[in-house]
Design a protein around this ligand. Structure first.
Ligand SMILES: NC(=O)c1ccc[n+]([C@@H]2O[C@H](COP(=O)([O-])OP(=O)(O)OC[C@H]3O[C@@H](n4cnc5c(N)ncnc54)[C@H](O)[C@@H]3O)[C@@H](O)[C@H]2O)c1
Length: 248
């Protein structure tokens, strides 16, 4: 495991799921971590809403004040208010885009400024989604927002490189977290997912934390502005299984 001793990280969405798994890995690797989330009950550190610039700026300032600087930012906070394009709520659409895309923008903006101020460079990892590439029924706001995160990642990489800051994205497929818990009831949706995912199962949060932490670390020193799809081979199954015909 990479040694992150002496590194300071900010993780948004740290109270649950993928953010909690990233935080656990960073702690195990010796980093100091400022945890930011709206869930005050499950999180006893910084309570920050990533859609509010003041909260994100304050969380970055807290990391600098508490740990003496900022090196790494993980923009993980996210959720979706589903609704179809024709009949879903317009406020729900805006709120979801504001959270997944706007929240990531604020994390890059204020986190990037704090890293720049140290003068020693760093890395930012944004959690996008396979839905940046694959649409989700009722999830146009989420999918469009996550696609935006992928391009925002590239644009930020272009602009922040001069400060020694790399910016990359992770695109998870299906991960077993509270966000997706409603799908794991043994019913047809769960079975349909399993049939499409080559791994035959959803990921555990730590299986996303590993790639995310890799992108932030020295082993990824030459990786910049890219997207790492971590989906158990789901994206490539959008074709019927023709293996029987090929092998006949
Ligand atoms: N679980 C999946 O299958 C999956 C797939 C693709 C992408 N993702 C993405 O991964 C990220 C983490 O999701 P997860 O599955 O761990 O979900 P989760 O619900 O377990 O964790 C998300 C965390 O974000 C926090 N959060 C929500 N809104 C916030 C806000 N405005 N400010 C600060 N914190 C806020 C929540 O309180 C929660 O602790 C999200 O961006 C999600 O879109 C998840």
């Amino acid at each position: 495991m990479t040694d992150f001793t002496g590194k300071v990280a900010l993780v948004t969405g740290a109270a649950s799921g993928i953010g909690a798994a990233i935080t656990a890995r960073l702690h195990a690797a010796g980093a100091s971590v400022l945890l930011a989330d709206v869930d005050a009950e499950r999180l006893r550190t910084a309570v920050a809403d990533v859609t509010r610039a003041g909260d994100v700026e304050a969380a970055c300032a807290a990391a600098v004040e508490e740990f003496g600087g900022l090196d790494l930012v993980f923009n993980v906070a996210g959720a979706a208010r589903l609704g179809t394009v024709l009949d879903g709520g317009e406020d729900d659409w805006r709120a979801t885009v504001d959270l997944v895309l706007g929240g990531t923008y604020l994390g890059i903006r204020y986190g990037g400024r704090a890293i720049r101020a140290t003068g020693r460079g760093g890395a930012i990892v944004n959690v996008s989604s396979l839905n940046a590439h694959v649409p989700l029924y009722g999830g146009s706001s989420y999918a469009a927002g996550k696609a935006g995160v992928e391009m925002l990642t590239k644009n930020a990489a272009l602009e922040l490189a001069r400060h020694g800051i790399r910016v990359n994205a992770v695109l998870p497929g299906l991960v077993r977290t509270p966000l997706t818990a409603g799908w794991f009831d043994g019913g047809p949706i769960e079975r349909d997912f399993a049939a499409r995912i080559l791994a035959g199962r959803p990921a555990e949060p730590d299986e996303l934390a590993g790639p995310a932490v890799f992108l932030a670390g020295p082993d990824a020193s030459y990786v910049n502005g890219t997207s790492l799809v971590v989906d158990g081979g789901w994206e490539i199954t959008n074709y019927p299984d023709i293996s029987a015909a090929v092998e006949a």
